[in-house]
Design a protein around this ligand. Structure first.
Ligand SMILES: NC(=O)c1ccc[n+]([C@@H]2O[C@H](COP(=O)([O-])OP(=O)(O)OC[C@H]3O[C@@H](n4cnc5c(N)ncnc54)[C@H](OP(=O)(O)O)[C@@H]3O)[C@@H](O)[C@H]2O)c1
Length: 277
């Protein structure tokens, strides 16, 4: 994560401070971006956002005649709002502005066509653990994004988790299918494990607690074991001929979890392609 102060922009405008926008804002303030460098446009600011802006001296919804082009413009509105919002955002963009978009399905070319003032555009796909600073974001850049703009992107998106640069924008849909949608797969896995516990005779609430704590603890164990591959961690808890091995024989069968996960990711990939544009 590169978040040294020289990589922070002198000015940043955040358009849309909903779930994702607010999570990023909180990360920036935690890493020391001064509130005076931030402007937020958000038509329906919730009370917490207004209080945060007041506390940190952040300009919230300044009058249109005070809008200036920022060094970084971050788009965090719903993708379907882009067409309606783009014309009014023109004063916020100059040739020196970097646009960072987290809008699912909106290609760099779509953004360039709607916000024509700059050609420096980064398209990013974060995921919901960003809300607790533990997200992972796949990032693709237009060719005119400068090294400084890349460093600013690393700092700003790195404030809510890991950042992975992609060689090609075409990989964004696959990132969406793996890590963007991935948290829901893990939550569903937790539900399925709890249901299986119930079927094995456990009271529902106990099965739920066991499943949840198992997923939480295993995730944390994996995080704290960066040198061990998941396969090694799995082998470490699997005695030959034991109970775990019996379950894994089912999960790892030719028609087990792996082909199912491949189908699920392929379905998400197809849907991401359909929604792009
Ligand atoms: N949540 C995720 O896991 C996730 C993951 C990857 C990417 N994303 C992307 O992140 C973006 C934001 O998602 P979210 O979950 O944070 O959505 P959200 O909570 O609905 O936030 C969007 C915010 O933008 C505001 N807004 C709408 N039009 C605006 C305008 N013209 N100017 C300024 N603000 C405007 C909305 O206000 P109103 O509520 O008043 O409309 C809302 O507060 C989406 O494009 C999504 O594709 C989200």
């Amino acid at each position: 994560m590169s978040n040294t102060s020289q990589n922070l922009p002198a000015s940043i405008t955040l358009v849309g401070a909903g779930k994702m926008g607010s999570a990023m804002l909180s990360g920036w303030l935690t890493m020391g971006l001064p509130g005076s460098a931030i402007t937020i446009l958000e038509p329906a600011p919730h009370d917490d956002l207004s209080a945060t802006c007041q506390k940190h001296g952040i300009a919230l919804n300044p009058p249109t005649n005070a809008w200036k082009a920022a060094e970084v413009l971050i788009l965090a509105i719903k993708p379907q709002m882009l067409d309606a919002a783009a014309p009014s955002l023109a004063p916020l963009v100059s040739a020196n502005t970097l646009i960072i978009s987290i809008l699912a399905g909106k290609r760099i070319a779509d953004l360039a066509a709607r916000l024509s003032g700059t050609s420096a555009i980064v398209r990013a796909m974060p995921n919901t653990p960003a809300a607790i600073g533990r997200g992972i974001t796949g990032v693709a850049a237009s060719t005119s994004v400068s090294p400084r703009q890349r460093a600013m992107t690393d700092a700003l998106l790195g404030a809510v988790g890991a950042v992975e640069w992609l060689d090609s924008e075409s990989l964004i849909d696959a990132v969406t299918a793996v890590s963007g949608s991935g948290p829901a797969y893990i939550f569903y896995l937790t539900e399925a494990l709890a249901k299986a516990g119930e079927a094995a005779g456990l009271p529902a609430d106990l099965a739920g607690r066991l499943a949840r704590a198992t997923v939480e603890g295993s995730g944390e164990l994996m995080r704290l074991s960066p040198d061990l591959q998941p396969a090694k961690l799995r082998e470490n808890v699997t005695s030959p001929g034991g109970t775990t091995a019996a379950a894994l024989a089912v999960l790892m069968a030719d028609d087990g979890l792996s082909p199912l996960m491949k189908d699920a990711v392929a379905a998400a990939l197809r849907r991401a392609g359909e929604l792009s544009g």
